[in-house]
Design a binder for this molecule. Structure first.
Ligand SMILES: Nc1ncnc2c1ncn2[C@@H]1O[C@H](COP(=O)(O)OP(=O)(O)OP(=O)(O)O)[C@@H](O)[C@H]1O
Length: 362
């Protein structure tokens, strides 16, 4: 296993990139810890596959270095990087049995038969395929084949990292949950460095200890699921994480621990902020907003959606959409305003989060 360091890394598919916009990956410096479970999350086209291909060696970056531990692997081909990969679609040898498919990477490296058997039995148990070991892979469902691909990705103990590229795409929703749980368990037991690419926030948040959120070729935040929820570093993280995402209101200016909105309303921020330049916004999760009779901002309610455990109030404040999650059993009538939980408001200048001045608040 290995720590992965991305040093001054950037990539453009163009031979002579001129501006930032020409880079599919903008310059980044990151260290991915040995044994960590990382999810690479972002919308289609943000650069996830480009980054994964640079780590796996399918692509040489146009700038910067990739280190596995202390070894510079920037120019090393995939075969020399000692990694396992699981792709979107199953890669399975149809004419082989499930056992032989799972054993393939071990036999290829000359492991002895007793070790191969013990290891394959263990992996098969974990992916729920032990009853299928002597069957040919041909004719198995896509789910079962992808489980074999996942199992084969996990079978070697000595890999530097395991890279997963949207591995649950072909899996039906019910099974997705089960496989995600199994992957997490496999990580807990074997402690491999894992990088899991997905555009699905549920997959990312349930699998990973650290979620790496990408947007337009940049890593905009690397954090725990809780950090992404409570303190999105960029407005994109606020929008993208959560269902629905964070609410944003423009502010004219900040005055210490208050934000002044364009209509003259004042919002207490629960913390002091330094003066900031650029487009200033305040961000509030729908879960941290509540309806009140007075003392808040006037809210025009457009729609109320019943989501089972709670209701979602979709409204507008000063012409901007604003959603509020209502706790179960709470009546909406007579509550024409919206207020925000103190200390749960985030402040953004030109889309980047501004840390408050108080100690421990940032
Ligand atoms: N081989 C290529 N040649 C030129 N441009 C490319 C190539 N591969 C990707 N790109 C561009 O680089 C950017 C990042 O693409 P990438 O495939 O890494 O994103 P992604 O986040 O993995 O998207 P998806 O989830 O759709 O696979 C996109 O603008 C894409 O059009």
């Amino acid at each position: 296993m290995a720590r992965i360091t991305l040093q001054n890394l950037a990539h453009s598919y163009l031979p002579h990139p001129r501006s930032d916009a020409d880079f599919a990956l903008k310059r980044m410096d990151h260290v991915w810890q040995d044994g960590g479970a990382y999810a690479l999350l972002g919308a289609s086209g943000c650069g996830k596959t480009t980054l994964l291909n640079i780590i796996s060696g399918l692509l040489t970056p146009s700038q910067g270095r990739v280190l596995f531990g202390d070894r510079d692997v920037t120019a090393a081909p995939t075969a020399e990087r000692n990694i396992a990969q699981v792709f979107q679609f199953p890669v399975v040898y149809d004419t082989m049995t499930v056992r032989d498919n799972l054993a393939f990477p071990l036999r290829n490296r000359g492991k002895d038969a007793a070790y191969v058997k013990a290891r394959v039995d263990r992996i098969a148990r974990m992916i729920g395929m032990e009853a299928w070991l002597n069957r040919k892979a041909q004719g198995l469902t896509a789910d079962a084949k992808q489980k074999i691909s996942l199992g084969r990705g996990m079978v070697r103990e000595d890999v530097n990292a395991i890279l997963f590229d949207e591995p649950l795409t072909v899996i039906d929703p019910q099974m997705k949950w089960e496989l995600r749980t199994q992957l997490k368990e496999l990580h807990r037991q074997f402690g491999h460095t894992m990088i899991y690419v997905t555009h699905d926030q549920t997959e990312a948040l349930t699998f990973a200890q650290q979620v790496v959120v990408m947007h337009e070729g940049r890593v905009v935040q690397m954090g725990t699921p809780e950090e992404l929820f409570e303190k999105p570093a960029h407005s994109f993280v606020g929008y993208f994480i959560g269902s629905p995402g964070m609410n944003f209101l423009d502010a004219e200016e900040l005055r210490g621990d208050q934000a002044l909105l364009p209509g003259g309303e004042v919002v207490a921020l629960g913390a002091h902020y330094p003066p900031v330049a650029g487009r200033v916004q305040i961000g509030i999760r729908p879960e941290h907003a509540r309806l009140v009779a007075s003392g808040g901002l006037p809210l025009t309610i457009r729609r109320i959606e019943d989501l089972g455990r709670h209701r979602l109030v979709r409204g507008e404040v000063a012409g901007r959409p604003l959603n509020v999650v209502m706790p179960e059993g709470m009546a909406v009538g007579g509550l024409p305003q919206v207020a925000f939980a103190p200390g749960k408001i985030n402040v953004y200048a030109d889309d980047w989060r501004v840390a408050p001045l108080e100690q421990g608040g940032g």
